[in-house]
Design a protein around this ligand. Structure first.
Ligand SMILES: *[C@@H]1O[C@H](CO)[C@@H](O)[C@H](O)[C@H]1NC(C)=O
Ligand SMILES: *[C@@H]1O[C@H](CO)[C@@H](O)[C@H](O)[C@H]1NC(C)=O
Length: 401
């Protein structure tokens, strides 16, 4: 199973996105009452820059949306011929305007060597075998300058996120990387600092999410039907919390890997695994409610759908409830992995896109169809409040409203 999984992961690019919640962005999507304003996805190119400005009077604080050029149709440009390291994981470090790419270390090869003065990683002390390749690079998005960084614990199918001060915290991974928390601070000469015993459980294909105080929770992973909280840097966590959701949704295909975890506006966590979801309190670790099951198949890894928390309207003063909607698009039938792997039956991916309002009195999935089926896609929130769902094969805009 692992061998064939490796084929799957090679195809996947997990893009970790730092989403800036600018109030002026959020006016363009959110609840369905503004569907008409956003129109269909193909209108994205025609949106005028002043739209965002118009919203200012409604409580937006201006900012990036006002100056962002919204009517530019876009153009692909070859920026770098080779990054040296594959972007299995990629994240923008906004304070230094650099993108961090990092890959699995297990193959002990990349296209870029560690810089002079950085010692090679000894991965086999008995036979003194060393790996002198870099598996992490920091790329300056203005100049294209590449800085290779030493990263020794395996980040293959790890998870990660940014702290309030812009530090990248990466958790879990393969073998010796599974219990690791790694820190890469935002400065021009910062290097990774790795803590191989920081996590209580081995985390491979787990999800990291940000809590209201800016710290992190790490949820699930292979043979890890539980979750834990990341302690301050340098401290090793010992405390695990069992997850009934993960226990009840695991199956032959392990369809609950890389669960979707989003911080709700009430401070609780929306957790989605396989076809079920809950709202969990990170304070009491109690399940507050279970949402209706999402019919149609499995939505998490290996037959991954993509998910997004829709932009949140923060401009209403002291509303009793701040709406928060989650989108889940694509996926695969529950036995899809087994059928492909064992029976060589390759079924189409799912083409539905489901949306739920977490804080509504009677939350229900609203299901729309996408023009094409999608598996292992990434959903990106665009500055105009629309979503782009991308896979290697083609790219498409979804109407976020
Ligand atoms: C930034 O956050 C990280 C993770 O919490 C912490 O280890 C580090 O010390 C912080 N750096 C500064 C300059 O506050
Ligand atoms: C969710 O998945 C389980 C099996 O994993 C299945 O029995 C159940 O019918 C599914 N729910 C829906 C609504 O399809």
């Amino acid at each position: 199973m692992r061998a064939s999984r490796s084929l799957l992961w090679k195809l996947s690019i997990i893009v970790l996105l730092a989403v800036f919640s600018q109030p002026s962005f959020s006016g363009d999507t959110g609840s369905s009452d503004e569907t008409a304003e956003t129109g269909n996805g193909h209108e994205a190119a025609e949106m005028q820059p002043q739209r965002a400005g118009n919203r200012k009077g409604r409580g937006g604080r201006g900012g990036i949306a006002q100056v962002a050029e919204m009517n530019w149709p876009g153009k692909w440009e070859l920026f770098l011929k080779s990054s040296g390291v594959s972007a299995m994981h990629a994240i923008l470090l906004p304070l230094i305007n650099k993108v961090q790419f990092y890959d699995a270390t297990i193959w002990r090869i990349s296209q870029i060597k560690l810089p002079p003065g950085v010692p090679c990683h000894v991965f086999d002390h008995v036979h003194n075998k060393v790996d002198c390749w870099a598996h992490s690079v920091l790329i300056d998005i203005e100049s294209g300058h590449i800085r290779p960084l030493s990263l020794t614990t395996d980040t293959w199918c790890s998870s990660g996120g940014l702290t309030i001060n812009g530090t990248l915290v990466s958790t879990g991974g393969f073998q010796g990387g599974a219990n690791t928390a790694r820190y890469l601070a935002s400065c021009d000469n910062c290097n990774w600092v790795e803590y191989p015993k920081a996590l209580a459980a081995q985390r491979w294909y787990s999800t990291q999410a940000t809590l209201p105080d800016g710290t992190f929770i790490v949820v699930g992973g292979r043979q890890a039907l539980n979750y834990e909280y990341i302690l301050p840097e340098g401290m090793d966590n010992k405390k695990l919390y069992d997850s009934h959701l993960l226990k009840e949704t695991t199956d032959r295909e392990e369809n609950n890997l890389y669960p979707f975890v989003w911080l709700n506006t009430d401070g609780n966590l929306f957790m989605f695994a396989n076809n079920r979801s809950i709202l969990l309190s990170p304070k009491t670790n109690k399940v507050i409610k279970e949402f209706p099951q999402l019919p149609g198949g499995a939505r998490n890894y290996p037959g991954s759908a993509s998910s997004a928390l829709l932009p949140i309207r923060l401009y209403v003063n002291n509303p009793p409830v701040i709406p928060a909607d989650v989108l889940i698009c694509g996926g695969a039938r529950q036995d899809g992995y087994f059928r492909a792997d064992r029976l060589k039956l390759f079924d189409p991916a799912l083409n539905d896109c489901a949306r739920i309002s977490l804080n509504s009195k009677r939350p229900a999935w609203k299901i729309e169809k996408m023009p094409a089926p999608r598996v292992m896609s990434d959903t990106v929130v665009l500055p105009n409040g629309k979503f782009s769902s991308l896979t290697a094969r083609n790219m498409e805009h979804l109407d976020g409203a």
